[in-house]
Design a protein around this ligand. Structure first.
Ligand SMILES: N[C@@H](CCC(=O)N[C@@H](CS)C(=O)NCC(=O)O)C(=O)O
Length: 124
């Protein structure tokens, strides 16, 4: 039963992710110079996520809309290093979670609304 529920949740998540992927976003427009500047900053940001998590899908849409080259880390795999890193940092495997490295200091940001607001403010 538990396995069946998990399969259903993952399947539904994959469908939502696919639908979100085919629906176009109103992408921000930047000059090549501005984009290069933004790209230089986003190398220091990663998003820890589950592929089919609706909150992560929402955050990924914001990333797409803001045209950010933010690498995603899969935290769903229970044996994976990304999940272990997340638990070590936050005490729980909650996603989405942004890892921001600034001046050699690592900051972890939870909560979809906070993540989107941060990205909008910094890159919007
Ligand atoms: N309030 C959070 C909720 C995020 C949330 O519930 N994420 C789920 C995945 S959809 C999670 O992290 N679950 C932890 C787990 O499954 O171990 C947000 O808005 O980001």
């Amino acid at each position: 039963m538990k396995l069946l529920l998990k399969a259903f949740r993952n399947g539904l998540g994959a469908i939502i992710a696919f639908v979100s992927w085919i629906i176009p976003v109103n992408k921000i427009k930047r000059s090549a110079k501005e984009q290069k500047k933004v790209d230089a900053q986003t190398v220091n940001i990663e998003m820890y996520q589950f592929f089919g998590c609706p909150f992560c899908i929402k955050a990924r849409r914001a990333i797409r809309r803001l045209d950010l080259k933010i690498i995603t880390q899969d935290a769903q795999n229970r044996q994976g290093a990304a999940r272990a890193e997340l638990i070590k940092a936050n005490g729980k495997p909650q996603v989405p979670c942004l890892k921001i490295i600034e001046n050699g200091k690592v900051e972890w940001m939870l909560e979809t609304a906070e993540i989107i607001a941060y990205l909008e403010k910094r890159f919007g």
